[in-house]
Ligand binder design. Structure first.
Ligand SMILES: Nc1ncnc2c1ncn2[C@@H]1O[C@H](COP(=O)(O)OP(=O)(O)OP(=O)(O)O)[C@@H](O)[C@H]1O
Ligand SMILES: [Mg+2]
Length: 326
């Protein structure tokens, strides 16, 4: 009997201990839940905060877009500067970029190549350079969505002389485009076939230079002088200037000479030569008379495909450049 009551006493004590253990466990569980909940909530809040901050940053970056300014230069005439300027700009616009193409050549081939009658241009880039017009009033829409044009006309020929006595004459174009730099993804400048004051203005305004080289016998002639001029501008007037690359144009696969010229240019400039070679293509030469870039005149011709590939290289080069800076 006594033995049984001792066992019962033990059982009761054990029961109590187990109940205590159980309540302790529940308490700890409750406390853990209480601790866990705020931590999870806190993590969620921090995540939200980071997300909104990133979105804000992206938005301000989008708002603060600064155009890549690219000049197409070669003092040699007829090498494909205007053709490349028009078609590269059109390809960029087709890819969703916002472009303004500035015609800085008094011949105004880029202006007429985009369907604008150069004889009827009222105000051209000339008026902005000599301080008689605001750049924003010169911008014309083209038939290509996303591609605007600042035209040229013959008055620009006079600028070479008028600029001689002007203050900061090499910086005029750079100053002129300053108010629109944030409005576009790309500002493309087509230069005249000379190393005069207009080309110098383009080089001072630009961040990058693309040099079209025609696949013909005297392709390399004059390039030394051009590179020297670019270096001079870089060292004295625009330290950010860089030669982005050399693009081979009007390649005729039927001639041995064309491939020899490409090889020679590659030997000189190596990696700076764009992989895409623009073929000689009759559709490319016909397109300007219709006031259209070739990619809209004949989207699938060899010239169009080449200009699309070339433009992709130009875009990727820019990404590499941004990557270098970060
Ligand atoms: N890939 C091509 N295939 C066929 N013809 C072309 C090609 N590229 C340019 N052309 C033609 O060659 C001529 C010269 O081209 P473009 O006007 O582009 O050269 P440019 O360097 O701008 O000349 P300039 O120095 O006179 O300004 C034009 O008649 C143009 O239509
Ligand atoms: Mg030209």
């Amino acid at each position: 009997m006594v033995f049984r009551s001792i066992i019962n006493l033990f059982r009761r004590k054990k029961g109590k201990r187990e109940i205590k253990k159980e309540t302790d466990f529940k308490r700890v569980e409750k406390e853990e839940k209480l601790i866990k909940k705020p931590i999870e909530e806190e993590i969620k809040e921090v995540k939200e905060e980071i997300k909104t901050k990133i979105n804000e940053k992206i938005k301000t970056k989008e708002k603060k877009k600064i155009a890549r300014v690219i000049a197409l230069t070669n003092q040699k005439g007829g090498v494909g500067k205007s053709t490349t300027a028009i078609n590269m700009s059109a390809c960029l616009a087709e890819m969703g970029e916002n472009i303004v193409l500035i015609d800085v050549d008094p011949q105004a081939n880029t202006t007429s190549g985009l369907g604008v009658n150069k004889y009827k241009v009222d105000k051209s880039i000339y008026d902005a350079i000599i301080g008689k017009a605001n750049i924003k009033e010169l911008v014309l829409n083209t038939r290509v969505e996303g591609l605007s044009l600042i035209p040229s006309n013959i008055h620009l020929a006079g600028a070479e002389i008028e600029l001689v006595n002007m203050m900061m004459r090499e910086h005029r174009l750079r100053k002129v485009i300053e108010p629109i730099r944030n409005n576009y993804d790309f500002i493309i400048i087509d230069c005249p076939p000379a190393l005069g004051i207009l080309t110098i203005n383009a080089l001072v305004a630009a961040d990058e230079v693309i040099v079209p080289i025609q696949c013909e016998y005297y392709a390399l002639e004059g390039l030394g002088q051009l590179i020297k001029t670019i270096e001079l501008v870089k060292n004295n007037l625009n330290k950010n200037l860089e030669i982005s690359g050399f693009v081979m144009t009007m390649y005729d696969s039927r001639t041995k000479l064309a491939s020899q010229v490409v090889e020679e240019v590659k030997r000189y400039f190596g990696e700076k030569v764009y992989k895409t070679i623009i073929p000689r293509n009759v559709r490319v030469s016909e397109a300007p008379s219709y006031g259209l870039p070739v990619i809209f005149y004949d989207p699938n011709c060899k010239g169009s495909l080449a200009y699309k590939n070339f433009t992709k290289e130009v875009i990727n080069h820019g990404k590499r450049r941004i990557g270098e800076g970060t």
